[in-house]
Each structure stands twice: as structure tokens, then as C-alpha cells.
Design a protein around this ligand. Structure first.
Ligand code: DGT
Ligand code: CA
Ligand code: CA
Ligand code: ZN
Length: 585
């Protein structure tokens, strides 16, 4: 067992005991032992074996037993038991500066806070300020602590890194010595989260110091981690590291390829090169000592007998095989989208009116927009009662009757109730052009119950789309316990489309599972879940992960023209009407 794991478990045990309000001496025993082990010159294993672990200051007799349990069995029963007693995210609350265990215990008990995300919501809604012993000032402090935590976590949302990277590239491109510069790494592959940012530039050796100085002096740079002729690293105040690699012009294509990764893809490609008697590294492609001319990535792949593989697909799956057979998919592009579904307005919890959302969609060149405000049970999100739904329909009908563009579809994001029933009666559901069914409450159910719940919902004749299928919030909350395959089976059986929720906090369905869904011959649809006009452009993240899954425009409902989409929705609705009438008879 690694020392840091051992220390981490002891420390967490102490923290959780403290949250429970346990005897402070017992709590401190765990923290002291963790600290003692951290500073130990010898290996804890060796001392345990020699029987001298208990002689180390800070390690009491009870703790020797606990450490022995960890070293021998890899786990601590007490720790497991405590973990099960508290929501998964509570330990992250300890990482917020200025927040101690006593106050965390109050937040858990009084507000049901189970993670930093919960706490942030509670602060924004002013519920923390209202607690005894907290007040407005501590609420502000907690928010600042949360922002700090967000900046220093290990991974970052695609949406946090991308604009920063685009800006850095633009600034580098302005320098006359920079002949080429591109984003590489996981960001270029459109991974849903990013560890650090990688950039590759072609700069003549004599001018690299100038470019390094430019890069380290860019606004938003918090710290210079290293600066040399080939690599410059900085820490940005956005919270992550940026690595700039500088190479010669003739090396650029291979360097860009190398630092784009993924590592798995690179390894597979290298193996293939070796079979052809070639060597690839970050500086070039070689036959023996001789450098082959590689002007761009296409040339690199061509030398290996392969079609160019889009960065999104370079994950070390089956992309090289597909490139070899010439059967790489013609991936969907942002410009292929003709409209979207699943957007919110001021009718529920959105910040823009129907008309404003429609105009923004028109600006994006879209032919249609599907409005989907919350249903009645989503009270926290201003869910609509049936009479309000009818009122909203009148507004949308009037828009369409006036012949305005884009065409608006009448929809709802209908809550999936605890038992899998939908939140509106069937006759109302039949009046919508489309229905997104989503889980918004009671996330913590058993895997069986949650699976049964969602299977029932996606099997409803009116369920057009399954919304954010796993409920995950990236870097904040795992998806619910779920047999996803069973849900996908049911969706397939009912011709329900599983959405790609393009909110950068969700990107759900995950692209790995989406590959499987597409391989069933099913379509998806890319939805921004927008709560503002600005939010509509989140579809670009959805397109990124949908490309990762290998989707073409044909695989995506909202890449189809209005007439076709309307026809499909109408046919589906007619069929739902027949099925419900048949069931009622
Ligand atoms: P990240 O930063 O964790 O989101 O993921 P990446 O993919 O950006 O990884 P990073 O920044 O560590 O390295 C950038 C690329 O450099 C990576 O995708 C592939 C390449 N690379 C890094 N280390 C290795 C390695 O050990 N072997 C090979 N073949 N490639 C590597
Ligand atoms: Ca990276
Ligand atoms: Ca890196
Ligand atoms: Zn939702």
C-alpha cells in the first residue's frame, strides 16, 4: 500500500469521526498518526514487522492495529463503515478553506449538504446565511473558498480550458517568430475534462527565448514553472498548468501529433510504424537515420498507410484499424446542426424568453428550436402546472402561425417520478411535439430501483428523448447507480432517442457509452439544456464528444432538416396516441 494512501485513509477516518461528533481524543489519534507516518523516514511496513511502530511519537496502541489492518488487508473496516454513513462528497468539504468539521457537520445536518456542489447551491440560494452561527459574511467566505477549490482541483472542465487556450494561441500567433501554433493534448481531443493544457509551436531556435518571454508574460499567468528552449510551463490563474513546446518547422507535424496523444493512440501507432520499418518520435518520422518529410499530420498518417485520424478519435480504441480499412466515419460537425431541443425559458428556470431564445437560435442559423421547460414536480425550477403549459402553447403556436423562423417545437422536460411514471397525465403529454424525460430528484436509489424507474419512463409511448441519462455532474457528482445497458435496451425498444446533453457540466450520455448506442444503429440528438441565449452555443461541446463516439451527421436527429424532423415527431406522436388509446380500451 502506498504511503499516501495509508495516510489519506487515516486522515479521512479522523475527519469522518469528527463529523460524527466522536470523542476528540479518538479523532486526534487518527490525525496524529497520519501526520507521524507522513514524516517517517523508515517504511511503515518495516517498523510494523519489527514491532516498533508503536514507539513512534504520535502513533498510539489503537492506531498500530488500524495501520496493521490497512497494511495487511488494504482497507480499514471503520473507514468503510464511516464512508457508507455519509454522502460521497462530504470529504471534499474539508478542502474548502475556512470551513472546519463543526460547521461542516451543521451544514450536513441542517441543509443536507453532501458535496461542494450542494454547498455552492445552498450559498447561492442564501440558505447558508440564514443558519445560526453563519450569517452573510461567512456565506461570502465559503463562496470564495469554493472558487479557490475549483481553481486548484486536478482536472478542469473542457469549457473552462478551451477559451483560455484559444486566447493563448491567438496571442502566440501574433508573434512573427511563431510560424505555426496549435492546441494539442486532451483539449484537442475534446475530452470532457482536462488535466493540463498543451500547446505546440514552430519557432526557430534562435528566437525561442523571445517567444518564451512572450508566453510567460501573457495576462493570466500566475507562476512560471519552467522556461527553456524546448518547453515552457506556466500555471495560469484559471487554475491549471499550460505547457508550450517549441520545435523546428520540419518537426512540427510530428510534435503536434505526439503531444495530441492520446498516449494509447501513440503507442499503437508506433507499433504499426515499427512493422513498416519506421520509427516515430516527437521530433519526426525516420527510416533508419533518414528523416522522412512530414509536412502535416496527413502526411504522417499517409506514410503509415493510414487515412488521417481526427484528434477526437485518437483514444487507442479501434481508430487505427478503421483508418487502415479506409472506413473512418465522416464525423458530424457543428455546422451540420439544423436546430436543437431541450432548452429552458423564463416560463420555468431560464433567463431568456421564448422569443429571445428563438431569435438567438435564428442567429445561429437554426431552422428549429424545441422549447422544453420543467414539469410541475420540479418546483425548485419553476416547473409548469398544466394550465401554464396550455398558455405557453398559445405563445408558441402564435409564433409559428406568424411564420416566424425558427420553427418552434412545443416540448417539456418532464420529470421522471420516483416510480418511473411521468409528471404529466397522458392526454397532456400527447399535446406536446416532443417530451424529454429526466430524473431530477431522489438520486440515491438502489441500482435495481433506479434502473426500473428509468426503464419504465423511457418505455412510455410519449417519451421522445431521455434527458441527461446518467445524471452525472462532471467533477462534482457521479451518475446514479444504474444498469445503463438495460435502460438503453428499453430506449431502443421504444424508439426513444438518448440525448447527448451538451452542458459542459454534464456531457451525458458519456461518449464511451454513446459509441455502443450508435453501434446498435440508433440515433442521438445533441441538446444544450440551455438556460440562457448564451447557453445555446454549448452544443459545440456536445458535438465534440459526439465526434469522439464516431457519429456522422446521419446519426444525429438535430442534424436533419426541419421537414424530416417534423415528420418523424408527428409520426411518433400519432403512434403514441394509438398506443395509449389501445391501452385505455
Ligand atoms: P490530460 O492533460 O491529463 O488531460 O491528458 P493529455 O492527453 O493532454 O496528457 P498529457 O498532457 O500528459 O500529455 C500530452 C500528450 O503527450 C499525451 O496525450 C500523449 C503524449 N504523451 C505524454 N506522455 C507520454 C508517454 O509517456 N508516452 C507516449 N507515447 N505519449 C505520451
Ligand atoms: Ca494535457
Ligand atoms: Ca501536458
Ligand atoms: Zn434536466
Amino acid at each position: 500500500m502506498k504511503r499516501e494512501t495509508l495516510v489519506g485513509i487515516l486522515r479521512e477516518t479522523g475527519q469522518l469521526l469528527e463529523l460524527k461528533g466522536e470523542n476528540p481524543f479518538r479523532v486526534r489519534a487518527y490525525e496524529n498518526a497520519a501526520r507521524a507516518l507522513e514524516g517517517l523516514a523508515e517504511e511503515p511496513e518495516d517498523l510494523l514487522e519489527a514491532g516498533t511502530l508503536g514507539e513512534i511519537p504520535g502513533i498510539g496502541p489503537g492506531l498500530v492495529t488500524a495501520i496493521a489492518e490497512l497494511i495487511h488487508g488494504g482497507r480499514l473496516a471503520l473507514h468503510d463503515q464511516l464512508r457508507a454513513e455519509f454522502p460521497h462528497g462530504v470529504l471534499d468539504l474539508f478542502r474548502i478553506s475556512g470551513l472546519g468539521p463543526k460547521r461542516i457537520a451543521v451544514l450536513i445536518r441542517e441543509l443536507g449538504v453532501g458535496s461542494p456542489a450542494d454547498l455552492e447551491r445552498a450559498c447561492r440560494e442564501g440558505r447558508v446565511a440564514g443558519l445560526g452561527g453563519f450569517g452573510e459574511k461567512s456565506q461570502q467566505k465559503i463562496l470564495a473558498g469554493l472558487a479557490e477549490l475549483g481553481r486548484h482541483q486536478e482536472r478542469h472542465l473542457l469549457s473552462a480550458a478551451q477559451p483560455v487556450a484559444v486566447e493563448l494561441v491567438a496571442r502566440l500567433r501574433e508573434h512573427p517568430a511563431v510560424t505555426r501554433v496549435e492546441i494539442a493534448g486532451s483539449l484537442r481531443r475534446w475530452r470532457e475534462t482536462i488535466g493540463d493544457l498543451d500547446l505546440v509551436a514552430a519557432v526557430a531556435l534562435a528566437r525561442r527565448a523571445e517567444v518564451a518571454a512572450l508566453f510567460t508574460g501573457l495576462p493570466g499567468t500566475e507562476e512560471i514553472l519552467g522556461s527553456g528552449d524546448t518547453k515552457v510551463s506556466t500555471r495560469l490563474d484559471a487554475g491549471f498548468q499550460a505547457d508550450l513546446r517549441m520545435v523546428e518547422e520540419e518537426e512540427f507535424a510530428c510534435a503536434l501529433h505526439h503531444f495530441t496523444g492520446s498516449k494509447e493512440h501513440n503507442i499503437a501507432l508506433r507499433t504499426r510504424a515499427r512493422q513498416e520499418g519506421l520509427t516515430i518520435n516527437e521530433y519526426g518520422l525516420f527510416r533508419g537515420e533518414r528523416r522522412l518529410e512530414v509536412g502535416d499530420e496527413r502526411a504522417l498518417y499517409r506514410h503509415l498507410g493510414l487515412a488521417w485520424i481526427p484528434p477526437e478519435m485518437r483514444e487507442g480504441l479501434d481508430e487505427i484499424e478503421l483508418a487502415e480499412r479506409g472506413s473512418l466515419p465522416d464525423l458530424i460537425e457543428l455546422a451540420d446542426l439544423r436546430g436543437t431541443f431541450h432548452v429552458h425559458t423564463t416560463w420555468s428556470d431560464g433567463t431568456a424568453s421564448v422569443e429571445q431564445m428563438a431569435s438567438a437560435a435564428a442567429q445561429l442559423g437554426w431552422e428549429y428550436l424545441g422549447i422544453a421547460d420543467h414539469s410541475r414536480s420540479a418546483a425548485y425550477a419553476g416547473g409548469l402546472k398544466p394550465d401554464r403549459v396550455l398558455e405557453q402553447w398559445r405563445e408558441i403556436d402564435a409564433w409559428n402561425a406568424a411564420g416566424r423562423a425558427p420553427h418552434l417545437f412545443k416540448g417539456t422536460e418532464c420529470d421522471i417520478l420516483q416510480d418511473g411514471a411521468l409528471d404529466f397525465p397522458d392526454d397532456l403529454l400527447l399535446g406536446f411535439d416532443f417530451v424529454v424525460v429526466s430524473v431530477h430528484s431522489r438520486f440515491r436509489m438502489s441500482r435495481e430501483a433506479m434502473t426500473e424507474r428509468i426503464v419504465r419512463a423511457v418505455s412510455h409511448p410519449c417519451a421522445t428523448f431521455l434527458g441527461h441519462p446518467t445524471g452525472r455532474l462532471l467533477l462534482a457528482r457521479d451518475g446514479y447507480e444504474l444498469d445503463l445497458d438495460a435502460v438503453l435496451d428499453a430506449a431502443e425498444g421504444n424508439d426513444t432517442i438518448v440525448e447527448v446533453n451538451a452542458s459542459p457540466h454534464r456531457l451525458d450520455l458519456d461518449w464511451r457509452a454513446l459509441r455502443g448506442w450508435l453501434r446498435r444503429g440508433r440515433r442521438t440528438s445533441i441538446h444544450p439544456d440551455a438556460h440562457s441565449t448564451h447557453g445555446l452555443s454549448d452544443v459545440r461541446y456536445g458535438v465534440g464528444v459526439t465526434r469522439k463516439a464516431g457519429a456522422t451527421a446521419r446519426d444525429v436527429l438535430n442534424a436533419q432538416p426541419l421537414a424530416e424532423v417534423r415528420g418523424w415527431l408527428e409520426a411518433r406522436r400519432a403512434r403514441a396516441g394509438e398506443r395509449l388509446a389501445g391501452a385505455g380500451r
